[in-house]
Design a protein around this ligand. Structure first.
Ligand code: UTP
Length: 294
């Protein structure tokens, strides 16, 4: 289905077991990257790309996400009294980011299930999905180009990235047919293939634009890899009746659900900041020096 995409769905109901114990009693999507919860980067990316209606899929223990995007009058009053106007502005802007809705996924049965609970809210229109634990530091360029592909072809579009052969078994993986430099048609798709079985080294990364027919496909899937209802399996079914495209990108993405990527994201984004970047750089140079690495 063609038409301007207005809605974004942000699944954030997973258990975040790869980041335990930090995620035992707080959502991983609230882990701060520098001084902002990672899900705020994701919401800002969606808003920057022109998406005006945001639905966050939450679950048990995720109330902090709703509080974060809500007004906090006591805090605002306190900051105002203290004359901390910059902080006040920032806090107020967070609660004015857009039209944000919430729905609960009662059991974390998998990403496919998380997207399926958005059905009623999304209705019969195309929509984007942005995983709540994937940060893009590209000024929404990837998402915008995926929305352009959807506008051109009226079909679903996946974000794809080349990964090292030993990493492909952690991702959904596609067999591509090249359309042009960065655009492919998805010939087939498989979730978490072994290195030997992987049809390519192109991994599906947490940005998608879907036609509403994905919901019918989601209704038909059975538990797949890891016993979870896999979005990848629904994409495979959708691809039988509608061409699915893939937009290949090269860098700028961090999976903050992985400890090493979380650290990388913090360092890169902190280095870009005028207030703390120079101090952090000096610290890193000194650290390398002390360890005999420079
Ligand atoms: P992940 O597989 O990275 O998240 O899902 P997880 O299950 O929380 O992580 P681990 O493997 O236990 O560490 C990608 C995104 O999909 C959401 C997650 O919150 C994350 O943002 N998700 C996943 C759901 O909303 N529901 C689910 O049932 C599973």
């Amino acid at each position: 289905m063609k038409g301007a995409v207005r809605k974004a769905v942000i699944p954030a109901a997973g258990l975040g077991t790869r980041f335990l114990p930090a995620t035992k009693s707080q959502p991983k999507e609230m882990l701060p990257v520098v001084d902002k919860p990672s899900i705020q980067y994701v919401v800002e990316e969606a808003v920057r790309a022109g998406l005006t209606d945001i639905l966050i899929i939450t679950g048990r223990g995720k109330r902090a996400i709703e509080d974060h995007f809500d007004r906090n009058f006591e805090l605002e009053f306190y900051l105002e009294q203290k004359g901390k106007t910059d902080l006040l502005k920032e806090v107020q802007e967070t609660s004015e980011l857009g039209d944000i809705h919430y729905i609960r996924q009662r059991d974390p049965l998998g990403l496919g299930h998380a997207v399926s609970v958005a059905r009623e809210h999304v209705g019969n229109e195309p929509f984007a999905v942005l995983l709540g634990d994937d940060i893009m530091v590209d000024d929404s360029a990837l998402l915008r180009s995926m929305l352009d592909v959807h506008d051109r072809y009226g079909r679903s579009v996946l974000a794809l990235k080349e990964v090292a052969p030993e990493e492909i078994s952690s991702y959904g993986c596609v067999e591509p047919e090249v359309v042009d430099e960065a655009l492919v048609r998805v010939h087939s798709i498989v979730e978490k293939p072994s290195r030997e079985e992987a049809p390519s080294n192109l991994a599906v990364i947490g940005r998608y634009v879907f036609t509403p027919e994905i919901f019918d496909a989601l209704d038909r899937i059975e538990p797949g890899a890891g016993g979870e209802l896999q979005l990848t399996d629904a994409i495979g079914l959708l691809n039988e009746s509608q061409t699915v495209y893939g937009q290949v990108f090269t860098d700028g993405r961090y999976d903050i659900g992985q400890k090493i990527d979380f650290l990388r994201a913090n360092v890169e984004l902190a280095l870009e900041r005028d207030d703390i970047g120079p101090d952090l750089l000096a610290f890193l140079v000194d650290l390398l020096h002390r360890r005999g690495l420079t």
